[in-house]
Design a binder for this molecule. Structure first.
Ligand code: G3P
Ligand code: CA
Length: 237
């Protein structure tokens, strides 16, 4: 079962920071999951929420601020004073950490609340420039974007689901993918076991409990996103 560091090694470092991604890059795991938004001036930045309120010392929407404005805020202190120098990274800064590794980069397009029309093409353009195209895996709760990725590119792309979907594999096939990224509780439901039987590639999020991880492995889940990749890597060996 493949292990992805969710928002970097976010159980031990502040999520979506260069420190969290460097910690993940230092591990022999499959890959890392990265949340991407667009700033007011069209730059790709790595942060989970639409607003900066939870993970920085600032307030407001990412989409309403320029990169220069966002860079003024501290995104490490909320987690621990040890990380007080951290700044919201650009996607390029994160890509550069993985330039010499073999990790898969699961880029979650955070285009489900605000559409960020150009986000996917910008991600793929930067990946191409950095020579990372064959290590990119896209995902999104915005299934229109995933459909577009399946139609217009050869980059693997997964639909993110939250909750229970009847016949989710058949739905995914209409979108154009076999890849499902499902929540931990949904991973055990009939919708997922049916999808696995039909040939879906299923990754589950966010799996921080070892017993759940072992049970997911047992039922044939292909990968997990975890905040504790080092722990999972050692325990699931
Ligand atoms: O990509 C898996 C997971 O990260 C999706 O949910 O809210 O943690 O971005 P969220
Ligand atoms: Ca995510």
């Amino acid at each position: 079962m493949k292990i992805f560091a969710h928002r970097g090694s976010s159980g031990t470092h502040p999520e979506n920071t260069l420190a969290a991604f460097q910690a993940a890059a230092d591990l022999p795991i499959t890959g890392v999951e990265v949340d991407v938004h667009l700033t007011k001036d069209g730059e790709m930045v790595v942060i989970h929420d639409e607003e900066i309120n939870r993970t920085t010392n600032g307030r407001g929407y990412v989409k309403d601020m320029t990169l220069a404005q966002l860079k003024k805020y501290d995104c490490g202190s909320w987690f621990s004073e040890e990380w007080s120098g951290e700044r919201i990274p650009t996607l390029e800064e994160v890509f550069d950490i993985f330039a010499e590794t073999d990790h898969i980069l699961n880029i979650e397009l955070k285009s489900d609340i605000f559409p960020y029309d150009s986000l996917m093409s910008q991600v793929l353009e930067l990946a191409e420039k950095k020579g990372l195209t064959d290590r990119i895996l896209l995902s999104s709760f915005n299934h229109e974007d995933i459909q577009k990725a399946c139609r217009e590119t050869s980059v693997p792309a997964a639909i993110l689901t939250f909750g229970v979907y009847v016949d989710v594999y058949d739905y995914a096939r209409i979108i154009g993918t076999k890849r499902l990224h499902v929540t931990l509780p949904s991973a055990f439901r009939k919708m997922t076991t049916d999808a696995l039987r039909k040939g879906a590639i299923v990754y589950a999020y966010t799996v921080n409990d070892l017993q759940y991880a072992k049970e997911l492995k047992q039922i044939g889940i292909h990968g997990i996103f975890t905040d504790y990749p080092e722990f999972m890597m050692k325990e699931l060996e």
